[in-house]
Ligand binder design. Structure first.
Ligand code: PEP
Length: 259
């Protein structure tokens, strides 16, 4: 069994000093209590990667990731970073297809498919984000949207991809940054559907981790990660503060202070 991933996406927040301080406070708050079956992933802005990695170096089961990259090693792509830059900054993971990249910055399925394949080829572990918009949910199109995003986004990768390398994050767009979390039944239904699709597509589809993201907080995290086919969480707002992120990291474990 692969470890559950407790990931914090810090989006376009925090100076280098703030990021370094939050990472340090997180490591201290979690202390020796990180359960063996979990890993912690911090996804800061590019500018703070070095500071965060300085804090995480030597910390067992802590990793960093990039929020984005361009599918090329180098070149005339002003404003972009490459997988090599991310690896050079100490990243093990990268996000592809986060809802803000899809819906604010206009990235489409074919481009995301290119990124997934390129990042994997360059030995980054890819967290591929998918999720429906509220109008798609209201029209009963959740499974249709998830199927399309998976089929298109993963079309360029071989069926024997290792479950270590690829992670899916189910993030309903209407639950991101809104304070509105999907209910347990909705999460289970979506994750079970994604699992079936992964088994159809990949030889090791039953082992690929599926994270939930969308207004995860310390007080709802234990219930969410306790669901079948939920192999961790991707957290935005509540990961910005070390106390709240540490309570998410430990949620439902023996040392969860709220139990
Ligand atoms: C995210 O940024 O992926 C996210 C889920 O944000 P939030 O936790 O703030 O909803």
């Amino acid at each position: 069994m692969l470890k559950k991933i407790m990931a914090g996406n810090w989006k376009m927040f925090k100076t280098r000093e703030e990021a370094s301080r939050t990472a340090r406070e997180l490591v201290v708050a979690v202390g020796e209590n990180l359960p063996d079956d979990r890993e912690v992933l911090i996804i800061p802005s590019f500018t703070a990667l070095k500071e965060v990695n300085d804090v995480l170096s030597g910390q067992k089961n802590y990793f960093s990731g990039g929020q984005n990259f361009y599918p090329a090693d180098e070149g005339a792509f002003t404003g972009e970073v490459s997988p090599l830059h991310l690896k050079d900054s100490g990243c093990s993971y990268a996000l592809v297809g986060h809802s803000e990249r899809r819906h604010v910055l206009g990235e489409e399925d074919d481009f995301l498919a290119e990124k997934v394949a390129y990042g994997l080829e360059r030995q980054l572990k890819i967290i591929f984000c998918i999720g429906e918009k509220i109008e798609e949910r209201k029209q009963d199109k959740v499974e249709e949207v998830l199927a399309r995003q998976l089929e298109k986004g993963l079309k360029n990768i071989i069926s024997s991809v290792s479950p270590h390398e690829l992670v899916i994050a189910y993030e309903p767009v209407w639950a991101i940054g809104t304070g509105e979390t999907a209910g347990s039944d909705d999460i289970s239904q979506a994750h079970n559907f994604i699992r079936k699709k992964l088994i159809d597509i990949f030889e090791y589809g039953s082992d690929i981790r599926i994270l939930y993201g969308g207004s995860v907080k310390p007080d709802n995290c234990a219930a969410i990660i306790g669901l079948d086919n939920v192999d961790g969480v991707l957290v935005g707002g509540a990961s910005l503060n070390a106390d709240s992120f540490s309570r998410i990291v430990l949620a439902g474990s023996k040392t969860d202070s709220s139990l």
